[in-house]
Design a protein around this ligand. Sequence first.
Ligand code: F6P
Length: 544
Amino acid sequence: MTDITETSAWAALAEHQAELAGRHLRELFADDPGRAERMTVTAGDLYLDYSKHRVTAETVRLLTALADAAGLRGRIDAMFGGEHINVSEDRAVLHTALRAAPGERLVVDGQDVTADVHAVLDEMSAFSDRVRSGEWTGFTGKRIRTVVNIGIGGSDLGPAMAYEALADYADAGIGARFVSNIDPADILGVLAGLDPEETLFVVSSKTFSTQETLTNAKVARQWLVERLGDDKAVSRHFVAVSTNAERVADFGIDTDNMFGFWDWVGGRYSFDGAIGLSLMIVIGPAGFREMLAGFHAVDEHLRTAPFEANMPVLMGLLGIWYTDFFGAQTHAVLPYSQRLARFPAYLQQLTMESNGKSVRADGAPVVVQTGEIYWGEPGTNGQHAFYQLLHQGTRLVPADFIGFAEPFADASADGPGMQDLLNANLFAQSSALAFGKSAEEIAAEGTPAALVPHKVMPGNRPSSTILAPKLTPSVLGQLVALYEHIVFVQGTIWGIDSFDQWGVELGKVMAKDLVPALTGAEPAAEAPDPSTAALVRRYRELRG
Ligand code: F6P
């Protein structure tokens, strides 16, 4: 593998950054007011304005040359073609196949992948329809009113985020709850408010070996059986989503009630497949398929648009530009939609589990920063919390603003002009970040001299603005696919395997080994190091 930092494309960008670093966005706009119209890209329903970035046309040319040097075009084809680009696990990476249209035949490792995907989608649809219509009832004959998804990481964050995002499309009188944490407060808190006769548990785990999920599922099963007084109730109230039928059966869930997927779907890329079952039950198969069509539109955009007009490619490269050439440490994601409150948390797993790596795919160390750190809260809440640092702090925090023209539901649901107020805030914030307010402008307003430095807004703080008509299932699919592909583009530039997650394993094993010391079955001295042993002793004292 070539080290990307040794290419002439990387050197050219470093040189260009040195020239551009001293230039303010005010100057860039003064020199080229047309950039506001030109530095825009459309993908499906998504419109991106990237004019408020510290870039020129030359930067875009150099960044796309970097993508060429990293072989991005070939990597995109390899991913869509089912090559084993997850090298450390020797697997294809085919989440894009989860949203391929039925006729798009793709045979990988001898399997007709599209046919398999649609067979599972059809099973999910049939089951969802039965639950939604009331044909599928609980053990006592009552309709299901609540679906509880038990899963963690990729088996939780996607459906939980999407359920909240698409709450207005819940049209069958069925709500969903999500349990993930091993903290008993999570499962017990959820169960406390539920009627067992009307509750369906969807146990979601790719491996079906995850401690948190299996423990929570056992607690839920015991709760159900105790209340309904019969083991036989389990088959009416528990279904599973997994790649591992054997473990599902061992757990006691009928594999007739299991919805499958495949090792070529990474956990964090899986809610558009069977892991989205809870979402499908709530919004219905038609809404779910509309979401898949949205994903697919952006997949096609990634595959076919030239890099300079390719939204995920440009946004991925901009992330590289700030991370590796400007030393930015984090990246704010600021959805101006309360419905997207969980979107930043969802993106954290996507980017940090995918690209938080310090070796390349060939095992050699990486020599630059990798893995963007996303964080954020919905606007306008964030404005009254952390935007102070974005505007006047010492760090450079590039931001993505995400806004919608129409309010969450029908236009009639817009409280008196609230959507306009919301978006006025979005546009004002990105403008203030980019252009700021100079000392002269502040002094000219009659501000006392001693106060002027406190009020200076330096500006030159870059952001993307993504606008879409409305947060529909399709638009949600488009947004998620956009960020999935941003992560892929960045992983390709850094030369890392974005599809494994070995870094989470050690802690899992150690936690399991530590349990006997915590329960007192083993002496605290069995802990792996003196600090942990002391903590365990203290913990046991506190537990009495
Ligand atoms: O935290 C590691 C991880 O393997 C994630 O990648 C995954 O999404 C999560 O655990 C849950 O795994 P599973 O779906 O196998 O329970």
